[in-house]
Write a protein that binds this ligand. Structure first.
Ligand SMILES: [Zn+2]
Length: 466
């Protein structure tokens, strides 16, 4: 079969369906949650739109309470799973055309979800349809598994796999081509303590909003009555900023001396790509006269993490050849005099590192400062054998369809593929392509949409064939 011809013949309907699908604002909406719509009406609308289409086409469809569904094609004992999601992050501002208009300009469809993940979901749906239309006989069943909560808490796949068989292998079209075969373990920890003193130098300290981002700004409010000499402090701060090659300011507001330090944001999976404003400001504050509660907040930041994103200071540094270094991002630092303080950590570790050892070391070190920890997220590393048939088949398909080498990627990030026992991330972003995911003017070019449809059709064919 010439899959490219089959895809090209359907160009008009693929584009039109993708547009219609993208025009539904399928964003998590707690206000319209109901029993039928666990993530809100609009996600349910997009879900119904797709499931209705699949039923009309004659596919077997199974809906698990609005959490997740599958569209099934083919026969056989084993299952090939394709894990997609139809929920999207909010549109946000600064779009050239509204985020849910799915306007076509310059042979590109502009819409939230165009690449992440509704465009690729349509491509995979058409892969199934083309194979079905061609009357191909399979040796395995193929399930397009439709998730609805990927952008938030993955409650969709958690629910789905409580009721359904795990596919024997599969892929998620929700990251990068060629193939992501290994991902680090990911954990979020929060260490916190109550504060009782209502006096002291530091009234508040705030830096960072999300654990998986390097904070680009930190603000400390100091009690002006506790600052001996403001101009001396200004000089010291200025020297510190120059010495660390960063920007900041000292302002007097109300009864506070407000220190602001600007760093540089980056994804938490590689803290060295950014400059952590919070840690750097802590590095300045430690030189000032602090009370015990203030010391207990500032000292661990400086002693454990400033200029060490690899865990060397607390003896948990670890590296392996595939996935590289264990990394630590201090994504959130918060101190409110007389109330509480919190330190939020996003830590990623390669296979071979022990979660228990990591957790124990953090707990022990923080305990010395009176902080207690809680693990908010823990996902173990996910890695496929490079010689697994899944990797081999997808590599071959990718190489033959693109003429490029199918380099196998190991990353620090987490993709939807880890919801599968034997799964990889496979597309949709091609190497060197501009990554517009979660940004204004997210788009998918029609050429690219068709190209990925060809690759997915061929991939499903090769994985499921007799
Ligand atoms: Zn996604």
């Amino acid at each position: 079969m010439n899959w490219k011809n089959e895809v090209d013949k359907r160009k008009g309907t693929i584009v039109k369906d993708t547009q219609s699908f993208l025009q539904i604002e399928s964003v998590l909406d707690e206000k319209t949650v109901s029993k039928q719509a666990p993530f809100g009406e609009k996600i349910r609308e997009a879900y119904d739109w797709l499931l209705h289409k699949a039923k009309q086409e004659g596919f077997k469809v199974k809906d698990h309470d609005g959490y997740a569904a599958h569209i099934e094609w083919g026969t056989g004992e084993e299952i090939v799973g394709i894990l997609c999601h139809i929920d999207v992050v909010p549109g946000g501002d600064d779009w050239t055309s509204p985020a849910f208009n799915a306007e076509i300009r310059d042979e590109k469809i502009y819409a939230r979800g165009a690449l992440d993940d509704k465009g690729p979901t349509m491509a995979c749906y058409y892969a199934l349809k083309i194979l079905k239309d061609a009357g191909i006989e399979t040796g395995k069943r193929v399930r397009l598994i439709i998730g609805t909560d990927e952008e938030s808490q993955w409650r969709c796949v958690d629910h789905y796999f409580k009721h359904e068989e795990m596919p024997s292998l599969g892929f998620a079209p929700d990251a990068d081509f060629p193939i992501i075969y290994a991902e680090k373990g990911i954990c979020d920890f929060i260490y916190e303590t109550k504060l009782t003193s209502n006096t002291g130098l530091v009234r508040s300290f705030h830096s960072g909003h999300r654990l998986n981002m390097v904070p680009d700004r930190a603000v400390a409010k100091l009690d002006i009555k506790q600052v001996e000499n403001t101009s001396k402090l200004r000089n010291l701060f200025h020297q510190y900023l120059v010495h660390n090659d960063c920007k900041g300011s000292l302002n007097i507001r109300d009864s506070n001396v407000e220190l602001t330090l600007n760093g540089f944001s980056a994804h938490g999976m590689e803290p060295e790509d950014g400059v952590n404003a919070g840690l750097l400001l802590a590095g300045f504050l430690i030189k000032l006269p602090l009370n015990i509660e203030e010391k207990n907040f500032i000292t661990p930041l400086v002693a454990m993490f400033l200029k060490d994103s690899r865990g060397e200071n607390i003896d948990i540094a670890y590296s392996d050849e595939q996935l590289g270094d264990l990394t630590i991002n201090i994504g959130q630092m918060m101190y409110e005099q007389g109330s509480e303080s919190k330190i939020g950590i996003n830590l990623r570790y390669p296979e071979g590192a022990s979660f228990d050892v990591i957790k124990r070391s953090l707990d022990d070190h923080f305990q010395a400062y009176g902080y207690v920890g809680d693990t908010r997220v823990h996902e173990t590393p996910h890695a496929m054998d490079k010689d697994h048939e899944l990797v081999k088949i997808l590599s071959k398909v990718y190489e033959e369809e693109t003429g490029e080498q199918a380099e196998l990627l190991a990353i620090g990030g987490g993709t939807y593929a880890r919801a599968l026992n034997a799964g990889v991330a496979f597309g949709p972003l091609f190497p060197g392509q501009k990554d517009v995911i979660h940004q204004a003017d997210e788009y998918i070019s029609i050429k690219h949409l068709l190209a990925m449809t060809v690759i997915y059709t061929r991939a499903v064919y090769e994985l499921a064939k007799r």
